[in-house]
Structures are given as C-alpha cells and as structure tokens.
Design a protein around this ligand. Structure first.
Ligand code: PEP
Length: 269
C-alpha cells in the first residue's frame, strides 16, 4: 500500500546515561542533516515540506530521563522522539509514572505501549495497554501498540490466536492510521538474535491486518502501519522490510549504534 510510509523506530530501553544518549542522538541528527542537504549546524525547525531524504520516518525512544536532551539534540532534523510507556491518567498520585501529556509537553510525538517487557515485568493486560493507548491519543501522541507471542505459545501453534486476541483487546476502536501504529514483536525474537523469517513475519502481519479490518474497518486497516520487531539488524532488514505487510521496524539492540540504526532505516522501501 503506497500510502503507508515506513517507520523505523529505535527502542533504547533502559540504556544510556546522558552522555551516551546525547552522542547517539547527535550522530543520528548529523546523518539526517547530511541526507537532507542541511548545514551541519542547522538549528532552525525543518519546514514541513522538506522531505526526509530517507524513504521512511525515523523515531528514537530514549529512557524518560533523556527525552528532553534528545529532543534538543535532534532539533532541526526530521527525527522524531517518543516515550517507551505512559500512564493512563493525565496527572495525580501515581508515583514513578509518566503521563502521555508530559511526554507531549517535552516534544514527543510517539509513545510505545504494551511492549512485551512491560507486559511481562509489569503484568500489563490487553485492557491496560488499551487505556494507555487511549491516553496517548488524548495527549495527541501516536501510540505504537506492541503485540507478539511467547516461544511456548508459538510452539503450541497459537501465534495467530494470541496476536488476534491482543489486537482485539489492546487497540482502541477509535484508532486511525494517523494515531496508531501496531508493532508485531515475537517475544522469542526480542534480544535473542533469533528472527522470524520474512515469510513467517509476513503471515502474522497479514493476520494482524485482518484483525484490524474486523475492528476498525478496511480503510483504517489498509492504511495502518504494522512494524516488525525482534533482532532486526542491517543484515536482515531489507528482506523483512520488503514484505508487503511489513511497514517498518521496531529496533532494540541495533538502535544503540548510529551506523546500524541508520543502515536499517536506509533499507526501508
Ligand atoms: C525491542 O525491544 O522492541 C526489540 C525488538 O529488541 P531487539 O531488536 O534487540 O530484538
């Protein structure tokens, strides 16, 4: 589908002290400026009609502690910044949590919700993920909603049933291609070096799009971006991104190296 511009999103997870994060973001910003033909020291806002030379949108999701500085480091480029999670409420007595509105206030445009590490470590249910996605929409952020089966579920032949259930339970019924991105991340492939084959990933993405069609209607489903995540690297990105229903990548480990992340972005069609 021509209208689905690929999105390459870096999930830095709980990595990076201030100097590391700023160096990484400045490295990406420098490459972005070169590709846009902008002067290296361009500080001004990029006019909206200047396309990012890469054939995709590029996003970095640093830890909360770095977001403010990373937004500054990529200013003047088209690299977007996002959070890795948000709370469902606008404000209040929720110690340690961060509201979607707070992320928006810092300059974020996206937030990841329902990453499998949050589903596992913080016992987040599909319902909890959906209300976080709704909070993102309320704040004017794009929600990247993650789904994916565990190795045991895969071995039991339940992959499609699991992702179908997660889509039905986690995606708000008001989602549109402008407000929601889905990320399919098989849990057994995250940080393991194992990757779904392009054909396996394509089959699950097609099934996800079918579920989105049932939930949101065909126009929304055909326009919604579905990212693949799970040990995406420069060496396997082009083949994965070449599949018809794979509209980008959510990248963990390889997003921590400027050259690797940029090579993955450059592989997007
Ligand atoms: C992720 O955490 O979303 C991820 C896909 O990690 P990795 O690329 O390291 O497998």
């Amino acid at each position: 589908m021509d209208q689905r511009r690929p999105l390459i999103a870096g999930n830095w997870k709980m990595n990076g002290l201030l100097a590391d994060g700023v160096a990484l973001a400045e490295g990406l910003a420098e490459l972005s400026r070169q590709h846009d033909g902008l002067p290296p020291d361009a500080a001004a806002e990029v006019p909206p009609d200047v396309p990012l030379a890469l054939p995709c949108d590029v996003l970095v999701c640093p830890p909360f502690t770095l977001i403010d500085r990373i937004v500054q480091a990529v200013a003047g480029t088209k690299i977007a910044v996002g959070g890795q999670d948000c709370h469902e409420k606008v404000s209040g007595a929720h110690t340690g949590d961060v509201a979607a509105e707070m992320l928006k206030d810092l300059g974020c445009r996206y937030v990841i919700v329902g990453h499998s590490e949050r589903r596992a470590d913080h016992l987040e249910t599909d319902h909890a993920v959906r209300v976080k996605a709704e909070a993102a929409l309320r704040a004017g952020l794009v929600a990247i909603i993650c789904v994916g089966e565990t190795e045991a579920e895969r071995d039991a032949g339940q992959t499609e049933a699991v992702v179908a259930r997660q889509i039905a339970g986690s995606v708000p019924p008001v989602a549109t291609p402008a407000t929601v991105v889905v990320a399919y991340e098989p849990v057994w492939a995250i940080g393991t070096g194992k990757t779904a084959t392009p054909e396996e990933a394509q089959a699950v993405h097609a099934r996800i799009r079918k579920e989105l069609d049932a939930l949101l209607g065909s126009a929304a489903a055909s326009g919604m971006r579905i990212l693949y995540g799970g040990s995406v690297k420069p060496g396997n990105a082009a083949e994965l991104l070449g599949q018809p229903d794979i509209d980008g990548a959510l990248v963990g480990g390889a997003s921590l190296k400027v050259e690797d992340f940029w090579a993955i972005a450059a592989a997007a069609k």
